[in-house]
Design a protein around this ligand. Structure first.
Ligand code: HEC
Ligand code: HEC
Length: 507
């Protein structure tokens, strides 16, 4: 019976393809495309019914209890439900360079809904986090900005302590909706793109958006401007002396320190280029046209100001992860770049940097960056000499020097390499990264779309780069420690978590 079916379907397929061939020729078309498809079809591997069968089977976003993405033209406010509750396929992979309305209408519409958009983002944060800034005397980033102390996550009602919380199973936490560290969306996820914090827009008003404001309070962001250390000039310490490097001053600041090739790379890193939504056409979110955005507009002084974007590696736009700007410090010691794209070199990163969200139609309309290979190579040359900040308590293998470290830091180091399991993925001698990607499977703890494997970011100089994780959902190092305690189910005590955070600040 089975055999009979096979013979019949394949002879049907042959008959169908012969008919198709005949028809194509009879219509007077060129016969070779038709005969090529006839050949494929007669092999039986690509019969005309395949696409129908695939369509019928293509629906499985159910296991995660997800909804289909709603339509989201640019400017649509975020849906009421968290973004990670949606999944699957969008209508199209392609965007367009037109607004569908005049710039004046777009701007007015955005300004009218702005207050509601900002309020929704604040509510999303304050529902799970206590956003008051708490500091501890003498605990600062490299150039002196006080470090906010956490955890900021609010203990769910009815739970006595985080230790009691961590004893719950992933299913219990998910069922009762208790996980404080679910993914963070862009406050305006439909338009999305670059969003700069006030510390930046105060100095660079040309990057102020009229449609959405930055959501995370400034005490949870990196210091501005941050210091810059060069691998080639450790004797100089911070070569910026507290000044932001710009196109106007880079030459004077670096002449006599860099090679001509590195200098050219630095020049390009501080040169503004056109980018979607920050440009001279009417397709923009700034009141006035501008020259665009430089690499150092986010990676200021080779570090980060905490500006956010959406990772360009998925469609539809609502499926893209929010990404917090990583530092460029210590890129020389890394083998893969970006959270999910696994880009294999710094030159390549500069070449493909997604100023256009990976949207080639947009790029054509707004004006491409037109960087040549030789130029992105120079940008890589400069990137390669940006050092981690000093860590005076670490030896050559990145172990604490006992005479310089506190008791708490030493206890933290022991936990890091033992009970807390951190060193499995963050080995000390390799700048605390295993240079690969891991799937932390955080979706065990919340109903939502899995985020998949993400690059292990290095932990050297980690005190300077809050907020943490690819989307910045962990506002402090204490939140990070708590997050991993829950994820890895290591069940640390409060004192142990505090020691671990003290250790991380020493790296
Ligand atoms: C909107 C601000 C912004 C601008 C402008 C920007 N970047 Fe980035 N950069 C980011 C974000 C966000 C990521 C993380 C992307 C991801 O995880 O997929 C990133 C990642 C990187 C990385 C990988 C870092 C790592 O640790 O994996 C490199 C290298 C980099 N950028 C270089 C550049 C260069 C070169 C330019 C200029 C051509 C540039 N960036 C412009 C925000 C920015
Ligand atoms: C299974 C591997 C693995 C283990 C074990 C692990 N991490 Fe990570 N770590 C990662 C990955 C992957 C990321 C990036 C995740 C993301 O961005 O979504 C990360 C990110 C981090 C970050 C944020 C880095 C940044 O730049 O934002 C910190 C801090 C951190 N880990 C500390 C720890 C500590 C402390 C422990 C132990 C308690 C630990 N990790 C255990 C893989 C691991």
């Amino acid at each position: 019976m089975k055999r009979w079916l096979t013979i019949t379907t394949s002879s049907l397929a042959v008959a169908a393809s012969l008919t198709a061939l005949f028809m194509a020729t009879a219509r007077g078309g060129r016969s070779y495309p038709a005969s090529a498809s006839a050949l494929q079809q007669s092999s039986g591997k690509n019969s005309p019914g395949d696409l129908d069968r695939w369509r019928a089977a293509e629906k499985s976003i159910d296991p995660y209890g997800l909804k289909r993405y709603p339509p989201h033209p640019p400017g649509a406010p975020n849906p009421r439900e968290p973004m990670h509750r949606f999944g699957g396929r969008g209508r199209t992979s392609y965007g367009g360079p037109t607004l569908g309305m005049s710039f004046v209408t777009f701007k007015r519409k955005m300004e009218r809904q702005r207050a509601a958009v900002d309020l929704a983002a604040q509510k999303r944060l304050t529902r799970v986090f206590d956003l008051r800034c708490r500091f501890r005397k003498g605990v600062t980033m490299t150039r002196g900005k006080p470090i906010a102390i956490g955890p900021t996550a609010k203990l769910p009602r009815g739970i006595k302590s985080w230790q009691a919380f961590a004893k719950l199973s992933p299913e219990q936490i998910r069922k009762r909706g208790l996980f404080p560290y679910a993914p963070l969306a862009h406050p305006l996820h439909s338009t999305a793109h670059m969003l700069f914090p006030p510390s930046w827009t105060r100095v660079h008003p040309e990057h102020k958006r009229f449609d959405v404001g930055f959501d995370i309070p400034e005490c949870f962001l990196p210091e501005f401007p941050p210091p810059l250390y060069l691998t080639t000039h450790r004797e100089l310490g911070d070569v910026t002396r507290g000044v932001e490097i710009t196109y106007a001053n880079y030459f004077e600041m670096f002449n006599g320190l860099l090679t001509p090739e590195q200098m050219e790379g630095l020049r390009l890193l501080v040169t503004p280029f056109q980018t979607t939504w920050f440009n001279a056409t009417h397709h923009r979110v700034t009141a006035k046209p501008s020259q665009g955005v430089a690499c150092f507009s986010c990676h200021v002084n080779g570090h980060t100001n905490g500006a956010i974007e959406l990772a360009p590696d998925a469609r539809p736009n609502y499926a893209r992860l929010r990404v917090d700007t990583p530092t460029m410090r210590g890129n020389y010691a890394q083998l893969i770049f970006s959270s999910k794209r696994s880009i294999r070199s710094m030159d390549h990163f500069a070449e493909v940097e997604e100023y256009f969200d990976g949207d080639t139609a947009m790029q054509a309309a707004i004006g491409g960056r037109t960087l040549q290979r030789a130029q992105t190579n120079r940008m890589g040359d400069f990137n390669a000499i940006i050092d981690f900040p000093p860590a005076p308590k670490l030896d050559a293998l990145n172990r604490l020097i006992p005479s310089k470290a506190t008791k708490a830091e030493l206890r933290g180091e022991k936990l890091f390499n033992g009970k807390a399991r951190c060193s499995a993925c963050h080995p000390a001698a390799q700048h605390f990264t295993d240079n690969t990607m891991h799937d932390l499977k955080a979706e065990r703890f919340y109903y939502g779309r899995p985020e998949g494997p993400i690059k292990t970011f290095p932990l050297r100089g980690i005190k300077d780069t809050p907020p943490y994780l690819h989307d910045g959902r962990l506002l402090t190092l204490e939140d990070t420690v708590l997050f991993f305690d829950i994820i890895l189910q290591t069940r640390l005590s409060e004192a142990e978590r505090s020691d671990l955070a003290a250790y991380l600040r020493a790296l």
